[in-house]
Design a protein around this ligand. Structure first.
Ligand code: GLA
Length: 377
């Protein structure tokens, strides 16, 4: 997919580049381990080479202009009270982040910023985490305020929940902050320990947007989370992560969590051994579990997974919350372009939807960013 890089758009827009500091935060793709983070389980995402980019300088209030939305949001340095009252709606994320950081003691330094993102919206690649985290690192940067990765991830997670009402887990924000070029991240969502896992040569990670925007996700996501917590309580466990296969033999939601946890560890072994056939098998097994046991797939996502496997991917699965958005496929470097072409052609014919395929590479996590050299002089 061709795109104009977000940093180039921000650079082209800046009238006074001098004095601006640059920050970026990537989206993420999750290889295996969905609907695991809020059950305290393991996940295996990586930060992708698509980011939300912010050019910022200290200011009076917090004033952020989005080149994507074509609008401006302004909130007091102490936050906006209830972020859901902020208009336009994308500003709720900004307002919620400002409020969370103020509560953690960020000095009351305002910020005048411009941002743009090339993480596709509503696609399961954490465009909202990229927005929250890029604003958070920029707010910390302009105030010369230090805060640890875990605390910042939790502040951004909480901001997402306050801005949208969706009780999300920690995976997206942590992956955006802790990414490492070339590596996936094995994250224990209970201890928040992170172990980098190198992506082997020959593996091409292909992401395909189904052409179906995520819908109904807010209420269905909250329902799944509530049901998972209720099941853990019924089993007398702190979280479903602690269940055994026997505990959940007749409980589809719990079965997904227990088997997916096993698949995350098996996927780490497959990556380490460079066994792409096994990795693909785990992807496809994970999709079946999300479809049949956790029930977060859609007929379109199922069709896309089938088209990818039929076209020669080692395996494929929905990534992120589900209910639309993207599928991730493990492919061979040598044939990934052919797989993308054949799978999107067949999917288009089956569904009438317009898929978009692109490769993702594992990138470094959020932080300060060198001003692009093509910045306007
Ligand atoms: C969304 C949430 C995450 C995680 C995934 C599913 O991306 O924000 O916390 O629960 O769904 O794995």
């Amino acid at each position: 997919m061709t795109r104009v890089d977000a940093a180039a758009r921000v650079a082209a827009d800046l009238e006074r580049p001098e004095g601006a500091s640059w920050f970026r935060a990537p989206g993420r793709v999750n290889l295996v381990g969905d609907h695991m983070d809020y059950s305290g389980g393991f996940v295996l995402p990586f930060a992708i080479d698509r980011s939300c980019v912010v050019a910022a300088r200290p200011g009076g209030s917090v004033r952020v202009r989005s080149l994507d939305a074509g609008s401006v949001v302004e909130v007091p340095v102490a936050g906006a009270g209830d972020p859901t009252s902020v208009r336009p709606a994308w500003g709720r994320y900004v307002a919620a982040v400002v409020g969370e950081l103020a509560a953690l003691g960020r000095p009351p330094v305002g910020m005048d910023a411009v941002l743009a993102s090339d993480v596709p919206l509503g696609s399961g690649l954490s465009s909202s985490a990229a927005l929250e985290v890029s604003c958070a690192v920029a707010l910390a940067g302009v105030a010369e305020w230090e805060i640890g990765v875990e605390a910042l991830a939790e502040a951004c997670r909480s901001a997402e929940e306050r801005a949208t009402g969706v009780p999300c887990g920690i995976m997206d924000q942590l992956a955006s902050l802790a990414g490492r070029a070339g590596d996936a991240l094995l994250i224990d969502c209970r201890s928040l320990e992170i172990e980098p896992v190198a992506l082997p040569d020959g593996l091409a990670v292909l992401v395909v947007h189904s052409g179906l925007s995520r819908s109904l996700d807010a209420s269905a996501y909250a329902d799944r989370r509530r049901a998972s917590e209720q099941l853990a309580a019924k089993l007398g466990l702190a979280a479903l992560r602690d269940a055994t296969e026997a505990d959940v033999a007749d409980e589809p939601l719990g079965r997904h969590v227990v088997t997916e946890n096993r698949r995350v560890h098996a996927a780490v072994q497959a990556l380490t051994a460079g066994d792409l056939v096994e990795l693909g098998r785990l992807f496809s097994e994970s999709h079946a579990s999300l479809r049949d046991d956790f029930r977060v797939s859609t007929p379109e996502l199922d069709a896309l997974v089938e088209s990818l496997v039929h076209a020669g991917a080692y395996g494929a699965r929905l990534t992120g919350a589900g209910f639309g958005g993207c599928v991730v496929a493990a492919c061979d470097e040598a044939s990934v372009a052919d797989v993308a072409e054949a799978a999107t052609t067949s999917y288009r014919a089956r569904t009438g939807l317009e898929p978009v395929a692109f490769r993702c590479h594992a990138a470094d996590g959020a932080g300060v960013f060198q001003a692009p050299s093509y910045q306007r002089a």
